[in-house]
Structure formats: C-alpha cells, structure tokens
Design a protein around this ligand. Sequence first.
Ligand SMILES: [Zn+2]
Length: 283
Amino acid sequence: MNISLLKRLLKVPTFTGTEVLMIEWLMNYFQARHDCTAHQDWRGNVYVTKGVADTYPCVCAHTDTVHRPTKVIILEERGKLFAMDWEGKMVGCGGDDKAGIYLCLQMLEQLPALKAAFFVSEETGCHGSRNCSEEWFRDVGYVMEFDSPCDDILTFTCDGTQLFPVQGPFFEAAYPQFQKFGAMNWQHHPFTDVSVLKRKFNFPCLNLPAGYFRMHRTEEYVVPSAVENSLQLGLELVKALRQERYVFAPVDAQDEVMTPVPVSYLNTHDFGCPRVERSLQEK
Ligand SMILES: [Zn+2]
C-alpha cells in the first residue's frame, strides 16, 4: 500500500466551498502522469479517463471535508492515522473523503481502463454531482463511490434511492466480492454523490467503505489496513463486473425488494464500528 500517498492526501486542507487546494493537488498529480487525461468543470469537479474502452467502470469520491482547513501533521498510532494541528490539538483528518480519493487514485494506478470523478461540495448536499457533466457519463457502465465509513458498511439505499439491484447479472457478479471482503453491513444512508447519480442515470451504483472512522469529528481517523481491504474489494469488483454496461432504473426505497442480508437503520451521526475498534484495541 502507498502509505506516503495516503498521508500526503490527508495533509491537503479542503473544506466545502473551498476545495481549491485539493483540486489543484489532483490536477498536478494527473499532469505528472502520462496515462490519464484530466479536466475540471466550472464548479471544480475533476474528471479523469484512463485507457480506451467502449464502456468504462467508474469510481468516484468527493473533494470536500467538514473540517476547517488548517496545516496538519499526520500521526500514525496503533494502526490508525490521525491529524494534529501545529499547536498539538487533535483535528479531524478528513478521511471522509480523502481516503476515498486515495482509493480512486490507486484504482486508476492498477487498472488499464477506468474513469474517475472527484466531486466538490458533497457534504452540504452533493452540489458537485448534482451539476455533473451528463455527457462524460455516457460511456459509463456502473459507478463505485468510496464514501461509506469503516471497513464493512455498504450503502444499500441513499436518500431514499436503492443504489443497485439484488438480482440479475450485476448482483450475481458483485455479491461474492461483498462476502469475500466482508462488506456485509448494508445500511440506509442520508446522501452521497451516488444517490444523485443513481437518479440521473440508468446504471447501478455502489458506495463502498473507505476506511475512515468517527467521521465529521475531531477524533476522526483512517485505518490503512481497512483502506487496503477496500482497494482489493474495488479491484475484485471490477474484475468480476468487467467493462460491461448494466442497467438499473432508479428505484424508490418504498418499492425496495427484499435484501439477502438484514439491513440496519442507523443514526446518521453515529457510524459505530465496534468490530474494528475492538480489534485495534487488542493490538
Ligand atoms: Zn463523505
């Protein structure tokens, strides 16, 4: 795993509405690579294409965080990454969603053909994805966002919209990967970019765990081993789903079909992850 890249990203200050440093960081990163093309729209959404395909798998993440931008030091302690300001006070590291950005970069690194979208201003209502380029998504077969907390939480419905079908070829290819990598804690979440994309487009979407914990709090941290698990999950999903186009018309949560695993209703402000926190305490 490229831990120095993850730490570098965690140090980039970015806040909803002032994502300019993160956008600049991404544009510089892609400019230095010669295997991707990147451009940004007037809102600051960044779109990246790698390779040539008729239909692309697509990954996405958001470039804003809820934490006020400040210079930070990243500390590594017992398998967790934290952020501290220059006065020694703990501040939120913005793993939500810088860990998601890291995952998209690693997916681009490892796959020959992939699209990636980095949206601004998700935290205040998905303003970037609401105004995304519809033309750019024309040759996308399915979208995977890395913006679910912890290491096992998968979004089933988001903002009242079911993200993916629970039968048919997409589900049959994806489900064994969820099982293999333990992403079996399916939940209903308030919103993220894929709920907006799912309503706009006819492809299925996934929101996968990004390995950040205690989101939106000063004690937020990232677990590199959880991030790595999500990377392997993402890579295996693309291997299983291939460069195919899948169709899944938007479904309201009221029409929700029976899921093969229990879906828990959660407090949107408390994504507790007892399993991981227990295993880290045992270290
Ligand atoms: Zn997020």
